[in-house]
Design a protein around this ligand. Structure first.
Ligand SMILES: [Zn+2]
Length: 298
């Protein structure tokens, strides 16, 4: 499943083609993905201008010129790719090589006349766990998908004081608290494991122990906050470089992987210099936690 850095990479790949562009028409090839498309989906999008393409947690949020937003989620296997439209010319050297091998899973095609030229933005999703909807911008924050989302792990919104406020009194294991989307939005299993390893914190430690009695962050929470921001920022940076490669090869914007320290490395040596222990896997709330028992003791 794509995690937040992959979704941010997709956003950065689509933004130059979509922002400031017009939706000429939309080909909607089925009535549903994970959920039904809203009524008149294609007709309501036709002719609209895209003001900006943002992201909240793992949702892409395109602001349109009529006050509506197009919200999309990639689910398990969704991806977007960009192709030059008929008679169109994308900026030379930027987008190439239409991928056609899975075209039976191309479910939505957005024809865009934008700053990079005339383009088709194609949504492909073999397993169809992704979804799209249209809603008024003014109702977005209260929509069930968005209203209980916690703080973003990117940018300046996540700081140790804010996390202390959200973790105070929590007896849940740290791993579970960090995966709770009401606390931090969009942080998934991979980057939670990586951040706890980097901060040297045990995944089973009660989350509230990172907060003082007066509600202030302990030093470990400062370290953890920095670790979360760093693993996400590094993954987004890696996505940026993989993005250029993806676009050169097949025009697809989607999942990428780069090197992890503990995630999916059960039985391998802990990469912390001087540690010498091996990465273990435990199951917490039905999900694998990868950690090093020696340097994640505290
Ligand atoms: Zn270790």
């Amino acid at each position: 499943m794509p995690e937040l850095p992959e979704v941010e990479t997709v956003r950065r790949g689509l933004a130059p083609v979509m922002e400031g562009g017009s939706i000429v028409r939309v080909e909607q090839r089925r009535g549903d993905l994970r959920f039904a498309f809203p009524p008149d989906f294609a007709a309501r999008l036709a002719g609209r201008q895209i003001i900006s393409l943002g992201r909240r947690a793992k949702y892409l949020v395109a602001d349109l010129d009529d006050g509506m937003v197009l919200v999309s989620h990639l689910g398990m296997s969704g991806s977007f790719r960009i192709e030059a439209d008929e008679g169109g010319s994308l900026k030379p050297g930027v987008f190439h090589h239409a991928r056609s091998k899975d075209d039976k899973h191309d479910h939505v095609v957005f024809h865009i006349d934008g700053p990079a030229g005339r383009a088709r933005i194609i949504y492909n999703d073999p397993r169809r766990f992704g979804y799209m909807d249209l809603m008024a911008r003014s109702t977005l924050a209260e929509h069930p998908w968005f209203r209980s989302l916690g703080v973003e792990p990117t940018g300046n919104s996540l700081d140790a004081h804010e996390l202390a406020r959200r973790l105070a009194g929590k007896t849940a294991p740290l791993k579970a608290a960090l995966l709770d989307q009401r606390i931090i939005a969009g942080l998934g299993n991979i980057y939670v494991c990586e951040a706890m390893w980097r901060a040297g914190l045990s995944p089973v430690k009660p989350a509230g122990r990172l907060v003082t009695r007066t509600g202030r962050p302990r030093r470990e929470l400062d370290v953890l906050t920095q670790a979360i921001r760093a693993v996400i920022e590094e993954a987004i940076a890696a996505g940026g470089s993989s993005l250029r490669d993806h676009i050169r090869t097949d025009g697809t914007l989607g999942y990428f992987q780069h090197g992890f320290s503990v995630y999916d490395r059960e039985g391998k040596a802990c990469p912390r210099p001087g540690c010498g222990d091996t990465v273990r896997r435990i199951v917490q709330s039905g999900r694998s936690t990868f950690h090093c028992p020696r340097c994640q003791k505290s």
